[in-house]
Design a binder for this molecule. Sequence first.
Ligand SMILES: *Cc1c(COP(=O)(O)O)cnc(C)c1O
Length: 399
Amino acid sequence: MKFNPADNIQDLQFFGEFGGVNPSISDSSTYTFLSAKTMFDTFEGNVEGCYLYSRHSSPSNLYLDQAMAAMEGTESANVSASGMGAITPTLLQLCGSGDHIVSSRTIYGGTYAFLKNFAPRLGIQTSFVDITNLERVAAAITPNTKVLYCETVSNPLLEVADIASLSKLAKKHNLKLVVDNTFSPLSVTPAKLGADIVIHSLTKYINGSSDTVGGVTCASKEFIADLKNVNSGASMLLGPTMDSMRSASVMKNLRTLHLRIKQHSYNAAYLAARFEKDGLKTVYPGLASHPSHALYASMINPEYGFGGMLTIDVGSLAKANALMERMQSCNLGYLAVSLGFYKTLFSAPGTSTSSEIPLEEQVQMGLTDSLIRFSIGLDNDIERTYQMMRTCMVELSIL
Ligand SMILES: *Cc1c(COP(=O)(O)O)cnc(C)c1O
């Protein structure tokens, strides 16, 4: 049977303590042991199914861990209090002083800032490369390189990483391929294409209601055990633990992810096609004009589509700002960072989420300040939305 991430999630059945249709929420930071011997064994990591302390794991977090591992097709997973709370411990578990990372240059601004400004304080250096240029990626690998890092679909330029080819390269040089799949849950399953570790910011599509931050690292049992190791695990020792109340609520939202992703993809594909036909410079991986369209089409689980993110370039920052303000006042969406909400969200990444990236590097990678990034919402009638957006654009002489 073909791997289907949503079916894998659906097949998980968790009952509550009293037969509830939702699993009970664990409301304890610590756990009793029937014998002192079991406590000792648990701290040594030898007892399956015993909880020792909720910074390590809690029953509610383990449900969500299991669902995330099922979705990504990995052996195990570990949820965290935010996406950055998954990314930084993962990289610190893999790298120490003297080690080197090769990273895509178009990544989430916070990840970029961590690798560029913070990791060097710990003796970890990063080379940023154009991830779509495999020769450049290979050329950046040194004897000290431990990790190849990228996003499946990059933020904000929507470049597509060729995960299967990157995985071959990583294996050849004995590197771990770490893929941030935040923009493309269900659509792409990086572990099936050879990624060693898959990360999500749960804050975005997976939770989908813009009411919390959260993250997850999906990987082998061995790596997740390393992350949680009482004596040497970066997640255990740095403490980015998700609260049980939150993991329970993320779990409930996860149950509708497949429906939401299909609608986000449908709406974004519709708008991208119309904007492009109107003559706007539009970037969407589902458009034939996207440089990686064929590659991406070969990577996705087709029923979930090409995702809900698109960008348009409206020519100037002034026009971009005017359009976003106009669309917000017409209730077409919110001028806000983040993504994966029921409502369309838009922002100009050059002056917001990617402002950590120095201006000259922004120019190099083609990130202009007149670029608007859209996370397209779950609008019921997308033709109606398009007509209203078009009116805003005509009024502002963008069309
Ligand atoms: C938002 C985001 C992150 C960071 O996640 P937080 O939950 O905000 O910590 C990482 N990667 C990508 C691609 C993101 O969009």
